[in-house]
Design a protein around this ligand. Structure first.
Ligand code: FES
Length: 160
């Protein structure tokens, strides 16, 4: 394990007892620190809690909140709930994929964007929706996707 990673992990682990009941909290803290859960970090956590690596890996893959691969600086989520779907969500997703040059679940090579799909975000009245970081963009159209992603460096900070 890289020294810097090890130091940061040790710092996180020093705040916990080596009890297996702390697994989720430790994984959350590690993900917050590293942005995702690198393999060596999961191995370090398994060792600390005296758990098989397969257990730590199993828990990490079970919960959608944990990411096993690095994500981009900005997370783009396209809603695939029913209301968004019937109002053209699939076309919006294809257009975002085309604009970013990646498929859902992937990250751009420059590590700027990760694209995901999500279940209903509770804003069906504005369907179809996409969420960029924590901002919701409602009533999406192909044109709006072009406006938002046409110049990727200029994604508005404040969503409507
Ligand atoms: S289905 Fe997309 S917000 Fe509800």
């Amino acid at each position: 394990m890289e020294l810097a990673v090890k130091e940061q992990l040790d710092k996180i682990l020093s705040q916990y007892e080596g009890e297996s009941s702390n697994l989720i909290s430790i994984l959350q803290a590690a993900q917050e620190r590293f942005g995702y859960l690198p393999k060596e970090v999961m191995e370090g956590i398994a060792k600390f809690l005296r758990l098989p690596e397969s257990t730590v890996y199993g828990v990490s893959t079970f919960y959608a909140q944990f990411k096993l691969t690095p994500t981009g600086k900005r997370i783009v989520r396209v809603c695939r709930g029913t209301a968004c779907h019937v109002r053209g969500g699939a076309r919006i997703l294809s257009e975002v994929e085309r604009r970013l040059g990646i498929k859902s679940g992937e990250t751009t090579d420059d590590m700027e964007y990760t694209l995901e799909t999500v279940a209903c975000i509770g804003a069906c009245a504005l369907a179809p929706n996409i969420v960029i970081d924590s901002g919701t963009y409602g009533r999406m159209t192909i044109k709006k996707v072009a406006e938002i992603f046409g110049d990727r460096g200029k994604i508005k900070q404040n969503a409507s």
